[in-house]
Design a protein around this ligand. Sequence first.
Ligand code: EPU
Length: 421
Amino acid sequence: MMEKLIIKGGRRLSGTVLTSGAKNAALPILAATILTEGKSRLLNVPDVVDIDSMRKLLSTLGVAVSSPGEDRHIIEVNIGALSRLEAPYDLVRKMRASVVVLGPMLARYGRARVSMPGGCAIGERPIDMHLAALAKMGATIEIDHGYIEARARQLVGARISLDYPTVGGTENIICAATLAKGTTVIDNAAREPEIVDLADFLNAAGARVSGAGTHQVTVDGVDGLTGVEHSIIPDRIEAGTYALAAAITGGEVTVSRCNPGDLGAPLEKLLEAGCEVETSEDSLTVKATGRARPVGITTQPYPGYPTDLQAQWLAFMTLADGSSIVRETVFERRFAHVQELRRMGAKITVDGDMAVVTGVERLQGAPVMCTDIRASASLVLAGLAAENSTVISRIYHIDRGYERIEEKLRALGADIARKRA
Ligand code: EPU
């Protein structure tokens, strides 16, 4: 069923919004349950479509996954023997993050067949570093009819130096290393908070992972892992998106149950743009104080400015008092939102990895289309600030990563509704 979001812009948002659990922490942790034996209970899992896809993938493998109960934020899994060691094309095609089952399946069962993910809307997104690392740990890897075929009787610890701090790659390697023989050291590891959450889950299950959150992660292999209860960290990207919703609408919003410490770079930028920002241990408040000053960003791996908040920042800058430059260094073509924002009157030119944004006085509502999760969020932000109505189609992209976005925004005073097309 095709649905659309209809936003009547121009309302200043105010109030408090609760952050959901982090999709990008919950996905690898759900995959990592494959490494364990017995029952695990995950709390604060976001109720979004990508999590449903991971649920489906785990069921396909033969994992007993609880069906959504009264509290849709709790998922229980019971790991016995997997009945199938294959992540099929149909599921991987819908969600590339499915490849994080590769390391866990290989480590626990000595074999994994995972559909090779293709390119996607935001870039080529190869997984060469994942595969090279697993090969270094003793796996044989072949590509057969579009599938990665990985085998290893027993993975062995290795020293792995990543050319780039890949998030999914670091996750796959950490998972594989937990049950490998000996010690694995990952240099130039990704430092994202989601990596730390994965390590916390694994360590609670009996793994020996140290250094998560730094450039060097060390994993001492153990014989087995047990099921545990674990609560997923708050979604820093969702929290940042609501902070920017406050900023772009000239409002004042408190984002609660988040971790402001995970949002250092974006909050710094909001201050530079002229917003007032207050933080407590688990909440942040952003208040706009007039038209935004133009402030450029360059996306970087954590702790730099996150690529997953680039599109939203760009939307904010379309209304700033001057020109700014947004550079995307993580993905090679993550500017699909630019053409849609232009349809709303934004002045943006793109040259390679750089978008030059010249602030305009106002945006006008228009029919626009989503292309990926974060591009969609930027269209919602633009719609909230634009004159008249914005009709956003292909919103299944938003539902992949944002829990009940229209309800949360409506509670902040936005005029936004979901309609069947
Ligand atoms: N890359 C390679 N080879 C590899 C792995 C990565 O060339 O073997 C390149 C990618 O093509 C990309 C860059 O390295 O240009 C970064 O990719 P990375 O592996 O770090 O990203 P990912 O694990 O595929 C996760 C998030 C993304 C987020 C990026 C960067 C999940 C499920 N996904 O992707 O989230 O943008 O890290 O922070 O954790 C989203 O939530 O909307 C989203 C796209």
